[in-house]
Ligand binder design. Sequence first.
Ligand code: SF4
Length: 167
Amino acid sequence: MGLRTWLRDKPAFLEWVYQITYATFKLIQPLISRIGYPRVNRWLAPLEHAGKDALFGCKMCGQCILHSTGMVCPMTCPKNLRNGACGGVRSNGNCEVIPEMRCIWVVAYERAKELRVFGPEIIDIKPPVNHQLQGTSAWINMLTGEDKANPRGWAELPPNPVIEKKL
Ligand code: SF4
């Protein structure tokens, strides 16, 4: 078994690595801010891609939600679903589009059960991906808040009267 496969099957360990990395980025944020987010993004993005592509098949969406999806990259779903599974999962748990591939959402649900902190987030509804962030560092976007911001040109949704009524 290769190191990559071994690591992929250790979601709890990967969650811990994520937490350490997150805390480190938060700690050095003042330094990154002083150097300039775009400047750091230029050298960090290729490094991030190399590491995450090797491990997760990362497509550099710029809005990483790996920790909310069982440490499985949702962009490796042939339909690029941020909320899955779709209705086409085969009875053996394989993908509708690539029959020989296990549905990444089936794997995500299985692995999310092993995540102590972020596992429950698997059932949260994820917003649509902002393609304007494609190719940029998700870590930098996390620090600047761009990963959670409404994309340019998108309107703020008005409050939902049905939900408001329930609250
Ligand atoms: S969610 Fe986005 S940034 Fe995270 S591994 Fe997948 S493509 Fe890469």
